[in-house]
Design a protein around this ligand. Structure first.
Ligand SMILES: Cc1cc2nc3c(=O)[nH]c(=O)nc-3n(C[C@H](O)[C@H](O)[C@H](O)COP(=O)(O)OP(=O)(O)OC[C@H]3O[C@@H](n4cnc5c(N)ncnc54)[C@H](O)[C@@H]3O)c2cc1C
Length: 354
């Protein structure tokens, strides 16, 4: 059980900035995201693409923006980002009965948070990887959807890894494994598997990967997986229907499915919050939802004139933080303070007091 002032649902760019804004106001915050990495759409959908419209940052990639936002919340993170709970899905929200106040929030991995307020920063929903709908694919530890964290051991080191997919996510993964992975973490062999001999990627990346296939640096499997062969919990082969109509047995040790992510509103529809075209209506001056104590910011909310842009989400996170503090502490006067001049804010940030 985590006891906290605020729980942010979603560690996308807006959720991360929400942590910063709440932390700056002196509130204790936890944040949960279904993805194994922070950054939401920026990190999951366009990590290498340039963004040009973040104020004061002429250009940065999605991945760089996520890294900067993560760095910005470091003062409020506790040891090793202990407030950041990744790879977990918020399932239910239950209002607490008097004399208690606030909410009890439960997650898929069995975590419980008791919190005074909630900020929903859920974007278009929880990102869930698109899987492969074939019989027998039941080999926990051998089927993967994401790269491991940089400091974690790769489960496929020294073994045969098949990467499935024909889009940027799959081909970038192959390139990353070959070019940016320390030798000890590399698979002994990598094969790329896709149903067609066509890739939906930039020509440069396609040419590079095709050269690796032609030179034998990586293997190439064309076809539709038909079923998986699992022995004592270990994935040992995929049976793949090739373009010539023959099913071939393709031995492997690990399978990485990189066929994209799809956002699922899922549990959010059960939280008792009214939805308008899959978005949560809010009061635009506070970002409060129909339930006092629950706020919604970023792509998930809607109000007249709403724009699904980073800069709008960052503004909403600021408005929500101030409104939430006023709601939480109605008897305390709220004074707007600047980070440049406020000793209190500088202390919270661990900044130089000069
Ligand atoms: C290709 C592309 C390019 C873009 N370029 C720009 C640009 O140049 N400029 C710009 O301003 N905007 C751009 N955008 C839009 C911008 O990325 C979004 O506005 C922004 O990501 C919204 O941030 P967010 O934090 O609200 O939501 P998201 O980034 O969607 O993050 C929401 C997070 O919440 C998590 N989540 C949801 N539900 C749950 C749950 N129940 N439990 C746990 N976790 C949950 C999700 O897994 C996700 O990580 C672009 C978008 C795309 C797709």
């Amino acid at each position: 059980m985590h006891d906290t002032d605020a729980l942010v649902i979603g560690a996308g760019p807006v959720g991360l900035f929400q942590v910063f804004q709440l932390g700056l106001l002196g509130l204790k915050v936890h944040v949960v995201d279904a993805l194994p990495m922070p950054g939401g759409q920026c990190a999951a959908l366009y990590p290498q693409k340039p963004i040009y419209d973040v104020p004061g940052v002429p250009v940065c990639t999605g991945e760089e923006l996520a890294a900067s936002l993560l760095q910005q919340i470091r003062p409020f993170s506790g040891p090793q980002h202990s407030h950041l709970h990744l790879g977990d899905l918020v399932e239910s929200i239950r209002p607490l009965n008097a004399p208690l106040s606030g909410f009890e929030v439960s997650t898929q991995n069995g975590q419980t948070f008791r919190t005074q307020l909630i900020v929903v920063a859920a974007g278009a929903g929880a990102f869930v990887p698109k899987s492969m709908n074939i019989p027998g694919l039941d080999a926990p530890g051998h089927v993967h959807f994401h790269l491991p964290a940089p400091d974690a051991l790769a489960p496929w080191a020294g073994q045969h890894l098949v990467v499935a997919g024909g889009g940027e996510e799959a081909l970038e993964t192959v390139a990353h494994l070959l070019q940016s992975t320390p030798e000890a973490q590399q698979p002994a062999r990598i094969s790329l598997m896709h149903r067609r001999d066509q890739f939906a990627v930039e020509p440069d990346l396609e040419n590079t990967v095709r050269q690796w296939i032609t030179s034998g640096r990586i293997g190439w499997i064309q076809g539709m997986p038909d079923h998986a062969e699992v022995e004592q919990g270990r994935l040992v082969a995929l049976h793949v229907l090739g373009p010539d109509g023959t099913v071939r047995r393709e031995p492997l040790d690990h399978l990485m499915i990189r066929q994209g992510l799809s956002p699922k509103l899922g549990p959010l529809t059960q939280w008792g919050l009214p939805l308008e075209r899959k978005q949560i209506p809010v009061d635009m001056s506070t970002c409060q939802t129909a339930t006092p104590g629950i706020y919604a910011v970023g792509d998930i909310n809607t109000y007249p004139g709403k724009k699904r842009l980073l800069v709008c989400g960052f503004h909403e996170a600021t408005m929500a933080a101030h409104a939430a503090l006023a709601w939480l502490k109605p008897d305390e006067p709220q004074h707007l303070q600047y980070t440049t001049t406020s000793t209190v804010l500088k202390q919270r940030l661990g900044a130089d007091l000069q």
